[in-house]
Design a protein around this ligand. Structure first.
Ligand code: PXP
Length: 245
């Protein structure tokens, strides 16, 4: 069975849209921790959250509350910068996924370059593994990157499925083949294989065929669907509250 890690960043995005000035206000909503607990009740094996340098969605306080309240595992997505590494070392997540991070991007674009940044990554991987955190490297399905990730002795790679998710037809099949080859190579080199980015209720039917796949980390599509499938109940509850039912 493939495990699901639910990424709750975009619950925080919705909160920040209204409560950017005071995300800890008594009336700030929705609460990413409440969403995480709901995902756990539904069978998620872990909760993923990305503390970005610009704090555009998840806040430091969210990470500390997640750490205290979730009962599965915390997968801390992180750029490799000193202040974020310091947070990770304090929070001691079960898993950390190192991602590239550029301030101007809407979401994580492209995978880590494990060759160009090998020295800096090696230092952070050692620090995280030293506190018992398992490390995953978010990479494109590129043979050179898989090899570099294995040389860095990370426990996992997370294959970046964004190019697959944004392709259709034969181009999508070609991306799927690249992902499958990277997963097989990683397994041969002793790496465990996760995947994520842009996975939705339709394309998951193809992604689930990847060999050696242990865990998918999915965020946007689940949050998007929750807003729609939850609308009817939310409206009904407000009408009842308005009219004292
Ligand atoms: N995995 C990683 C490493 C990511 O950076 C993201 C996006 O934050 C995801 C998974 C989840 O992607 P999505 O929100 O498109 O499901």
């Amino acid at each position: 069975m493939i495990a699901l890690g639910v990424n709750i960043d975009h619950i925080a995005t919705l909160r920040q849209a209204r409560y950017r000035e005071n995300p800890a206000a008594f009336n700030a909503e929705p609460d990413p921790v409440a969403a995480a607990l709901a995902a756990e009740r539904a069978g998620a094996i872990g909760i993923t959250a990305h503390l970005r340098a610009d704090r555009r969605h998840i806040q430091d306080a969210d990470i500390h509350r997640l750490r205290a309240e979730i009962t599965t595992k915390l997968n801390f997505e992180m750029g490799n910068t000193p202040d974020i590494v310091a947070v990770a070392l304090a929070v001691r997540p079960e898993d950390a996924c190192l991602v590239p991070e550029h301030r101007a991007e809407v979401t994580t674009e492209g995978g880590l370059d494990c060759l160009a940044h090998a020295a800096a990554l090696r230092e952070t991987i050692a620090a995280l593994q030293g506190i018992g955190t398992r490390v995953s490297l978010f990479i494109d399905p590129d043979p050179a990157q898989v090899e570099a990730a294995a040389a860095l002795r990370a426990e996992f790679i997370e294959l970046h499925t964004g190019a697959f998710a944004n392709a259709q037809g034969s181009a999508q099949q070609a991306e799927l083949a690249r992902l499958a080859a990277a997963a097989a190579q990683a397994h041969t080199l002793g790496l465990r294989v996760n995947a994520g980015h842009g996975i939705n209720y339709r394309n998951v039917a193809l992604i689930r065929t990847l060999p050696h796949l242990e865990e998918l980390n999915i965020g946007h599509s689940i949050v998007a669907r929750a807003t729609v499938v939850g609308m009817e109940q939310a409206t009904r509850e407000m009408l009842a509250a308005m009219n004292g039912a």
